[in-house]
Write a protein that binds this ligand. Structure first.
Ligand code: ZN
Length: 216
């Protein structure tokens, strides 16, 4: 079902894991250098997430670029990802932010770690996350470019090794900046921040190692 909402599909190998990032979602994962340089103070940003360990939030917010942020502890609240998606919808409608980061953690915590990667429960959690992504795209896909990504894979009940199961993730792009049906190869998570910067009309940080996946 998700395919009908997507413009392009890319499989990413995290071969550039030696690079440092500003935002880390877990002790083994990185999503990109959305640093104070790339997200300048003029931008209105939202950080949304449901990790059990939220220590990185303060690091992300420290440049004072976040105008809105909310957090749900997935182990204190059932259907935390669904609720967080609802909060994202409300905030987007109310504030029309330039940039939104919605982090759904239940696939990792309650799917992978609690039940095992690729188990029936893990796949059920993936399906729920896809449902939330569909909600966002159906409501805001005409206004916003949407990048759907994971920060790592997993095997058994863990991740963080060099195994392909841990290092390979899906990446999906939706929006006018991405050619329909294009299948990009050799992309990396390092390319995500430059791609977001290009979409937003910002200069890439000269220290970035990745490249924009769109032509601007
Ligand atoms: Zn994890």
């Amino acid at each position: 079902m998700l395919e009908s909402f997507l413009s392009a599909t890319v499989t990413v190998s995290l071969s550039d894991s030696s690079a440092s990032f500003v935002i880390k979602l877990s002790n083994s994962s990185e999503i990109g250098r959305l640093s104070r340089k790339s997200l300048s103070s003029k931008l209105r940003s939202i950080l949304l997430n449901t990790p059990s360990n939220c220590s990185f939030i303060s690091a992300v917010a420290s440049p004072k670029t976040l105008k809105f942020a909310t957090y749900i502890n997935a182990y204190m609240q059932e259907k935390g990802d669904d609720l967080l998606t609802s909060e994202a919808e409300k905030l987007i409608i109310a504030h029309k932010p330039d940039f939104v980061f919605l982090y759904m953690v239940e696939t990792d915590e309650k799917g992978g770690h609690d039940s095992g990667w690729m188990t029936e429960e893990y796949l059920r959690r993936i399906s729920l996350a896809i449902g939330n992504v569909k909600r966002i795209i159906e409501q805001f896909g005409d206004e916003y470019s949407v990048i759907i990504m994971a920060d790592h894979g997993g095997h058994e009940r863990l991740h963080g090794t060099q195994m392909p199961e841990d290092m390979t993730i899906p990446l999906f792009f939706h929006g006018p900046d991405f050619a329909p049906g294009e299948n990009i190869t050799h992309a990396s998570l390092l390319d995500i921040a430059p791609t977001i910067a290009a979409i937003m009309g910002l200069d890439s940080d000269p220290d970035w190692e990745g490249n924009s996946l769109i032509n601007r």
